[in-house]
Write a protein that binds this ligand. Structure first.
Ligand code: PLP
Length: 382
């Protein structure tokens, strides 16, 4: 009954592992990719008021004009980037829908898409679901898990239709400087590769300033589908609201699919998202908290011999198990059963990463401190 290409897609490695976690009491979960903060009050209040005022209808397929206009103004202010809110911005149901629409709009069967690994689990799965073929650019710890220009130059010779970029990165927490992005763009600009740039963790950048890929130059803007949303930096995962920006042709194709399959994003969430664009202090507060936790946990993990590159963004540490010579699934299962700490086995993010675990620090500092005590005890008994 099920289509062959769907059968071939493996279930999410994270899901498989977290089925084990469900139902176990007193587990400290460092597994989830979700903020532990409740959405800031001023955003929730706006949603409540909108509901009370009777905003319960569909919106236009592209989303509320006021939200598209505010997103456009925000980009102008931050990056001097100009997106026409009428034709170059689409409001989606989370970045997830934006990503799916982007692939559906551009891929013909068997088109190749460069997936940088370790990757966010949805990337290769959705490429395959949309009849494309993922080709992998495997990054290395010694190179800071960053795209090597040599590896990229080689892969573009295979004539891929698109490349997926994600920075700050899930699962490594690394991000790119202006100079590094320019080097990537120098290679991609010579080819007709569409860049799908998932910048969903933009607001969670700790030291340097985030550089938006489409702001590199005019041609980069034309060739890039920029995806972003409100789930992470604004702690709004349950609102399900994101957006895609790109050239008129691509956004119009994505809007066509969206208008048949989804109609529009939820109106209450879109109204709340307008408020989120103004909630700068709340966002800055959460960013400061994540940074404090990052400073603590990255240092502690390194002290314990779980080598971790200090994350520059998002809320993940990608830690090496090489010193302990154990594979990621065994490590994660034993840590769960013995010490009730849940982390994600690295193999979920690519077959080359079975000697890593992903640890999310979207958890309270107290829980992180307790987790480190338990991990230390666990490692001593290994
Ligand atoms: C890199 C990345 N992109 C997209 C998403 C999905 O975001 P949304 O909740 O906006 O659909 C996630 C969620 O974990 C993510 O880590």
């Amino acid at each position: 009954m099920i289509a062959k290409r769907i059968k071939q897609v493996p279930p999410s490695g994270i899901r498989e592992f977290f089925d084990l976690v469900l139902g176990m009491p007193d587990v400290i979960s460092l597994g989830v990719g979700e903020p532990d903060f409740i959405t800031p009050w001023r955003i929730r209040e706006k949603a409540i008021t909108a509901l009370e005022e009777g905003f319960t209808s569909y919106t236009s397929n592209s989303g509320l004009f006021s939200l598209r206009r505010d997103i456009s103004n925000n980009f102008k202010k931050k990056y001097s980037l100009s997106y026409n809110p009428d034709k170059e911005i689409l409001i989606t149901v989370g970045v997830s829908e934006g990503f799916d629409l982007a692939l559906r709009a551009i891929l013909d069967p068997r088109d190749k898409v460069i997936v940088v690994s370790p990757y966010y689990v949805a990337y290769p799965a959705l490429v395959e679901i949309n009849s494309g073929r993922a080709i992998y650019l495997v990054t290395k710890e010694q190179e800071g898990f960053k795209i090597s220009p040599e590896a990229l130059s080689k892969l573009v010779e295979q004539k891929p239709k698109a490349i997926i970029l994600n920075y700050p990165s899930n699962p490594t927490g690394i991000t790119y400087s202006h100079q590094e992005l320019k080097e990537i763009w120098r290679i991609l600009s010579r080819k007709e590769v569409i860049i799908i740039s998932d910048e969903t963790y933009e607001e969670l950048t700790y030291e340097q300033k985030h550089v938006c890929f489409s702001s590199l130059d005019k041609k980069a803007k034309q060739q890039t589908i920029l995806l972003n949303g409100f789930s992470k930096g604004q702690a709004m995962t349950g609102f399900r609201v994101g957006f895609a920006c790109g050239n008129e042709k691509i956004i119009s194709a994505m809007t066509k699919i969206h208008s048949y399959s989804m109609l529009c994003g939820p109106i209450i969430s879109q109204i709340a998202a307008c408020e989120a664009l103004r909630a700068k202090e709340d966002i800055a507060y959460m960013r400061r908290e994540y940074k404090r936790r990052r400073n603590f946990i990255a240092e502690e993990l390194n002290r314990l011999g779980l080598f971790t590159i200090k994350p520059q963004g998002a809320f993940y540490c990608f830690s090496s198990l090489k010193k302990y010579k154990v594979n990621s699934l065994d490590f994660a299962k034993q840590l769960l059963f013995k010490e009730k700490i849940a982390v994600v086995p690295g193999r979920a993010f690519g077959k080359d990463f079975d000697s890593y675990i992903r640890i999310s620090y979207a958890n309270s500092l107290d829980n992180l401190k307790e987790a480190i005590v338990r991990i230390e005890r666990f490692l001593k008994a290994l």
